[in-house]
Design a protein around this ligand. Structure first.
Ligand code: HEM
Length: 117
């Protein structure tokens, strides 16, 4: 069973989207990357992000992650900021630590692609 299913599938992603988005927009280190798109499009992107991070059914391949982020010149600091906001969101939702660890593992597994390394 994927961690996506273990934490509650689509319902868990929906619960996480608003919290995650709020955290990202409040974070000076990365908010500029996210505040230029209209809310509806952004919501869909956040949902795709979280489904991917949770190992869900709409998972992107490494190549897609590379393509999606290539033009952004992202740094380690940007990646860590997103990862922190992700962990903070999961903690707020009282996701068990072992699942948080699994989700962080998924995030780290796409890091080189996201940073275009
Ligand atoms: C675990 C790391 C990450 C994952 C799993 C992830 C996942 C995704 C996904 C699935 C999309 C949607 C792609 C699409 O449909 O076009 C996306 C887009 C995006 N990501 Fe990431 N991302 C990660 C890290 C980051 C970081 C570190 C930043 C910047 C600080 C970032 C900024 C963005 C932005 C701004 C978009 C929207 C691009 C656009 O609208 O054209 N992502 N990401």
């Amino acid at each position: 069973m994927s961690v996506y299913e273990k934490i509650g599938g689509d319902a868990a992603v929906n619960a996480a989207v608003d919290i995650f988005y709020r955290k990202v927009l409040a974070d000076d280190r990365i908010s500029d990357f996210f505040d230029t798109v209209d809310m509806e499009a952004q919501h869909a992107k956040q949902k795709a992000f979280l489904t991917m991070a949770f190992g869900g059914p709409n998972s992107y391949t490494g190549k897609d992650m590379r393509e999606a982020h290539k033009h952004m010149n992202l740094t380690e600091e940007h990646f860590n900021a997103v990862a922190e906001n992700l962990v903070g969101t999961l903690e707020e939702l009282e996701v068990p630590q072992e699942y948080i660890d699994e989700i962080v593992g998924i995030a780290v597994s796409v890091k080189d692609d996201v940073l275009n390394k």
